[in-house]
Design a binder for this molecule. Sequence first.
Ligand SMILES: Cc1cc2nc3c(=O)[nH]c(=O)nc-3n(C[C@H](O)[C@H](O)[C@H](O)COP(=O)(O)O)c2cc1C
Length: 209
Amino acid sequence: MATLLHIDSSPMGAASVSRHLSQTYVENWKKSHPGGTVINRDLSRSGLTAITAEWVAAAYTPEEARTPEQKALLATSDELLAEVEAADELAIGVSMHNFSIPSVLKLWIDQVVRVGKTFAYVDGAPKGLLQGKKATLLVATGGQYGPGTGLEFLNFIEPYLKTLFGFIGITDVAFHTAGGAAALNYGADRAQFLQPHDEAVAALVAARI
Ligand SMILES: Cc1cc2nc3c(=O)[nH]c(=O)nc-3n(C[C@H](O)[C@H](O)[C@H](O)COP(=O)(O)O)c2cc1C
């Protein structure tokens, strides 16, 4: 049975546009995968901390040689990795923060990009170890950074996440971005703003079955 890992990274709760879009993805996914399993990971409530020198040393120590302290240091990473490994597919809500991803999503990335687990060096070259998975990124940005805006170069989210997931072996990566969400702060109608994005996300789910 199919498994979807649903991740959110916005701190904005019910007001979040990316959370709304990732939820739309999940609802449509459930309809097209009856009996499928959804794992939810809310990064704004996960209390992740930055990796440390000790964490890096533990990750690079062969598993059988790790001390109990090193195993404990990697416990959160192991838990997050188990969620990724269990999933056939990832759907991730991403807010644009300062032209990039929310810091909690970066903390998650640092925990799951792990030598010997999600990547390895083979003949001196990096090789992604996750195979056959796909990732869909549901992004919300205050401004517009799409093709033709002249501001595409300021969107660091897409090239970064495409590279990052490719590095760990997930090369089937799709994006839907709700640009111009700042209008909601200036009186734009939320339902009207979200409607075309909900339709596009539903179509994206259908296209990715
Ligand atoms: C801390 C912070 C930084 C932001 N930085 C940017 C930015 O660099 N560019 C932009 O277009 N919008 C920026 N915004 C606006 C958000 O991208 C916008 O509100 C979007 O809806 C956030 O996603 P969310 O609604 O899922 O939280 C920022 C918002 C916050 C709270």
